[in-house]
Design a protein around this ligand. Structure first.
Ligand code: NAD
Length: 439
């Protein structure tokens, strides 16, 4: 059985690539044709133009999107991305991944995603606020706490989520914190949401790497992307004893074989907006000799663990042959194309998929939504007490499926999600049910 991709859009490359991942998993899942048919198409895609009065008095029009891929298991859930490369195709594929991610984590959510095509670094804070509120003005009827819930993604943060929640509340004339997660704590945000994706990835890494007899102190790590997730995960790994030898951002990367002092690099980056290698011995930290790397070079480093934590499509057919790491944990969404996946598999490289590895973010978003709706707020300890067992349980379940069927972890994750999605879709009625098994 193969899954087709929608034919009613102009550019489908990303979504086609994303949904092609299902084909392998479908060999191991008994899912009805009807359920599969439902998963071929995004449920709803909205494209909007957002007029923004710029600081210099001019009016600029931005292109924005919101896609609800599937909501069979609950309201749509997914982040909003601000990036020049945002397209409807990209947002659809990210919403597709969110559908499977929510199912992998057994959250009562479907999958959604949003984005605006822009370079946020070119806008003033006032312009960003007007744009964020304008986006909500444009999509307010498409979203809601029981319909489709927003969250941060690339180049969006807690403050932007706060503006969005505020704007939605103004439009609806009632305070509606549950429409957006990842908000500032004082506006109903959850403790631990800002580091949830990194913390969840850390729990997955700590659960799965012991299967390969890897000891943190002897494990080298390279991380592409030093943003909200990449930097926080680098710090957690370094604290646990892993040797983080390389990190990068959009400007390029740094490498130091002694291991980098991540907190100092974060501090340096916050102050200077660039990264420099810092090494610490005891309490004396200093900027040290380091190699400057391009992002391509970082991806090809001979390390044990490679963590793409920036953009999608970073490892493709063109560079998959150059990858030397033995284990790749996908923190970014879709950093490896399906063609590259096959090359990595043939090289014996283990890939741990995005829909599990970065699912800590959506899981704590779910906790935030629960807190907003109940009006009871949790401590950071309570958040971690709920997050850790959930990440460990689903990581173990997917590992077990991969062993049982002798498949990649990606295929096992899709099997896991497809089983849950298929069951939910079929609960509304199957062909067999309506025809008494006669058709
Ligand atoms: P962010 O905007 O905070 O950081 C992105 C980082 O990537 C920055 O350091 C940026 O400099 C770097 N970068 C941008 N272009 C690059 C390039 N061409 N090469 C190398 N580095 C580049 O974003 P984030 O929230 O940390 O998200 C990173 C990834 O994780 C994205 O793929 C996002 O979809 C995924 N993700 C994020 C969350 C979350 O909770 N924030 C949850 C799940 C998945």
């Amino acid at each position: 059985m193969t899954i087709a991709t929608p034919t009613n859009q102009l550019s489908l490359s990303l979504l086609a690539d994303a949904s092609s991942r299902l084909e392998e998993a479908l060999k191991y899942v008994s899912i009805s044709e009807d359920a599969l048919g439902r998963l071929k198409y995004p449920k709803a895609s909205l494209s909007v133009s957002i007029p923004v009065r710029m600081d210099n008095g001019s009016l600029r029009i931005f292109q924005g999107y919101r896609v609800r891929y599937d909501d069979t298991r609950g309201p749509g859930k997914g982040g909003v991305r601000y990036h020049p490369h945002v397209t409807l195709d990209e947002v659809q594929s990210l919403a597709f991944w969110m559908t499977f991610k929510s199912a992998v984590m057994n959250l009562p959510f479907g999958g959604a995603k949003g984005g605006i095509a822009l370079n946020p670094k070119e806008l003033s804070r006032q312009e960003l606020e007007r744009l964020s509120r304008g986006y909500i003005d444009a999509i307010a009827d498409f979203i809601g706490p029981d319909v489709d819930i927003l969250a941060p993604d690339m180049y969006t943060n807690a403050m932007i989520m706060g503006w969005m929640m505020d704007q939605y509340s103004i439009i609806k004339r009632k305070v509606s914190p549950a429409v957006v997660t990842g908000k500032p704590i004082m506006m109903g945000g959850s403790q631990g949401r800002n580091t949830a994706t990194a913390t969840g990835a850390f729990y997955v890494i700590s659960t799965l790497l012991p299967h390969f007899d890897l000891i943190p102190e002897q494990t080298t790590v390279a991380i592409q992307g030093f943003g909200k997730v990449g930097a926080a995960l680098a710090e957690l790994l370094a604290q646990a004893g892993y040797k983080v030898v390389a990190v990068s951002d959009s400007q390029g990367g740094i490498y130091c074989d002694r291991g980098l002092d991540i907190p100092s690099i974060r501090q340096y980056k916050n102050e200077s907006r660039s990264i420099k290698a810092v090494y610490c011995e005891d309490t004396v930290c200093s900027i040290v000799e380091h190699e400057v790397l391009t992002n391509e070079e970082l991806l090809a480093l001979d390390v044990d663990v490679l963590i793409p934590a920036a953009l999608e499509n970073q490892i493709t057919e063109a560079n998959a042959h150059d990858i030397s790491a033995k284990y790749i944990f996908e923190v970014a969404n879709g950093p490896i194309t399906s063609a590259a996946d096959r090359i990595l598999e043939s090289k014996g490289i283990y890939v741990f998929p995005d829909i599990l590895v970065n699912a800590g973010g959506v899981t704590v978003s779910y906790f935030e939504w629960v807190q907003n709706r109940s009006g009871m707020y949790w401590t950071l300890e309570e958040v971690h007490q709920h997050l850790k067992p959930k990440m460990v349980e689903e990581a173990k379940a997917i590992w077990k499926l991969s062993q049982e069927y002798d498949t990649s972890m990606r295929t096992a994750a899709y099997i896991h999600a497809l089983n849950r999605l298929g069951e939910a879709l079929d609960a509304k009625g199957t062909r067999d049910y309506y025809t008494n098994g006669k058709n």
